[in-house]
Design a protein around this ligand. Structure first.
Ligand code: FES
Length: 239
């Protein structure tokens, strides 16, 4: 283990890293949560963070870099207190997502994956445009640290970032209460420092009426999916 790669990470992070690795029968399977652990400490995955993971998992830095640069949730430059993700995929874009992103970008003076304010300080915000956030029925949507703010407008999005910049934590439309990006990254690695936050996250309302509408109509009308056959049909022969 090189001193350089390990020097930026404290004893607690080493203990947690070992705990993550112990969850898996094969050490390299721990790479994704380990990268989240690194991000919870650094606010991004730096070159030192890549070396840290590589050395602990006996991988090459090229292998770790390939993963860290493939998934958009891993950031290569330090993020703000909050990550603001604006969906600009087809449905959200058509309903105003592009306008929201453009307005926030102008207001904050930053572009994709850039940070307004000193990274990590209260009220600092990293902006990104995101692909479909799987909430098209509530478009246009924004996520802050992966928590949903549904049915946004340019005006409501501006009010949201203004509140975040003032250090406030507006309540998401559904899901867990807002914390900050590093706390969420630690949770994604499988740790929580405040059990009450974890309990609140689980207790949060995760379903919107729009999403449940089809199920409710089916229940009102007595519709049900066909029963699963007792006998599993044979697979067709390969030709
Ligand atoms: S297109 Fe925005 S959530 Fe699907």
């Amino acid at each position: 283990m090189s001193e350089r790669a390990m020097s930026g990470f404290d004893e607690l992070t080493h203990v947690r890293a070992k705990e993550v690795i112990a969850r898996y029968p094969v050490a390299r399977s721990a790479l994704l949560p380990l990268l989240h652990l690194v991000q919870s400490v650094e606010g991004c995955v730096s070159q030192d963070g890549i070396r840290f993971c590589a050395e602990l998992l006996d991988l090459s830095t090229a292998e770790v870099s390939a993963v860290a640069t493939f998934y958009t949730m891993y950031k290569r430059t330090p993020c703000g207190e909050h990550l603001v993700s604006v969906c600009t995929n087809t449905l959200c874009a058509a309903l105003g997502g592009d306008d929201i992103y453009r307005r926030l970008s102008e207001r904050l003076g930053v572009g994709h994956e850039e940070t307004a304010g000193e990274p990590g300080t209260t009220g600092s915000l990293t902006l990104e445009h995101a692909e479909c956030l799987a909430a098209c029925d509530l478009a246009p949507v924004i996520q802050v640290n992966y928590e949903y703010f549904d049915n946004q407008t340019v005006e409501s999005a501006e009010r949201l970032v203004e509140a975040l910049q003032r250090g406030e934590k507006p309540h998401p439309t559904r899901g867990a209460p807002l914390t900050d990006l590093r706390t969420v990254e630690l949770e994604l690695a499988g740790f929580t420092e405040d059990p009450t936050v974890a309990a609140a996250a689980v207790a949060g309302n995760s379903a919107a009426p729009e999403t449940l509408r089809g199920t409710m109509i089916a229940a009102e009308r007595g519709w049900a999916a066909p029963a699963f056959p007792d006998e599993i049909p044979a697979l067709p022969e390969k030709s």
